[in-house]
Ligand binder design. Structure first.
Ligand code: GAR
Length: 204
C-alpha cells in the first residue's frame, strides 16, 4: 500500500501538530500551510523540517478567490488527505469540493452540539456536564460532515473556558492522529452521514 501524502492547514498555534508529528500516522506530512504568515504553528513545522506555505486571505477580494488559491497551493503538494487543525476559515464549495471525502477537521465540541466558535464558553454557560471534541469529514455544512471519531471530558464545577480548552485539547491530541491513521490505512467508509470504521485487513 502506498503511503498517503498528508497536508495540514492551521491558522494559529498548531496545537495538534506535536501530537501529529509524534504519532505513527501511516502516511507522510508533506506540507503545512496557513492563511496567516505569523501563525505560530508554522515555526513548529519548520523546526520539524516540513515544507510550509502561506496564502493570505487578505490578498483576495472574495472567499472563493482565496479558496481557489489555497486549493492550487495545496495541489502543488499532491495531498491524499488535507487536515484542518485550527484552520479558522469558513470554506466555500470551491475548497470543499476540491477535496471531497479527503478533507477532515478537528472541532472542539461533541458535534452536532456546539458548531461554530466559542464552544467552551457556551458549554460552561449552559451548564453542560460532558464536553469533548470531534474529528469529521468536511462537507458544505459548517462543522456538519460525517463524524470519524469523538472523545469526551467531564466539565467540572470550577472549570473555566481555558481549563476546559486544555482538557479537550489533550483529547484532540489523541483522536486526530487516530483518525488520520484510519484514513491512511483505508479504513474509513462514508455512508451518508455515517462513517464506518473497517476492520484491519488481514495480511495477504
Ligand atoms: C483546536 O482546539 C481545534 O479544535 C480548534 O482550534 C484549536 C486549534 O487551534 N478548531 C476550531 O475551533 C475550528 N472551528 P490552535 O492550533 O491555533 O491552538
Amino acid at each position: 500500500m502506498t503511503r498517503k501524502r498528508i497536508a495540514i492547514l492551521i491558522s494559529g498555534r498548531g496545537s495538534n501538530l506535536p501530537a501529529l508529528f509524534r504519532a505513527d500516522l501511516g502516511g507522510d506530512i508533506v506540507a503545512i500551510g496557513s492563511n496567516k504568515a505569523d501563525a505560530k504553528g508554522l515555526d513548529l513545522a519548520r523546526d520539524a523540517g516540513i515544507p510550509t506555505f502561506v496564502v493570505s486571505h487578505k490578498a483576495f477580494a472574495t472567499r472563493e478567490a482565496f479558496d481557489a488559491a489555497m486549493v492550487d497551493e495545496l495541489n502543488r503538494h499532491r495531498p491524499d488527505l488535507v487536515v484542518l487543525s485550527g484552520f479558522m476559515r469558513i470554506l466555500t464549495p470551491v475548497f470543499v469540493d476540491a477535496f471531497a471525502d479527503r478533507l477532515v477537521n478537528v472541532h472542539p465540541s461533541l458535534l452536532p452540539s456546539y458548531p461554530g466558535l466559542d464552544t467552551h464558553r457556551k458549554v460552561i454557560d449552559e451548564g453542560v456536564k460532558i464536553a469533548g471534541c470531534t474529528v469529521h469529514f468536511v462537507n458544505g455544512e459548517l462543522d456538519g460532515g460525517p463524524i470519524i471519531a469523538q472523545a469526551a471530558v467531564n466539565v467540572e464545577e470550577d472549570d473555566t473556558p481555558q481549563m476546559l480548552q486544555q482538557k479537550v485539547l489533550a483529547q484532540e491530541n489523541q483522536i486526530l492522529p487516530y483518525a488520520v491513521r484510519l484514513f491512511c490505512d483505508n479504513r474509513l467508509q462514508i455512508n451518508g452521514k455515517r462513517v464506518r470504521v473497517l476492520p484491519v485487513a488481514a495480511p495477504a
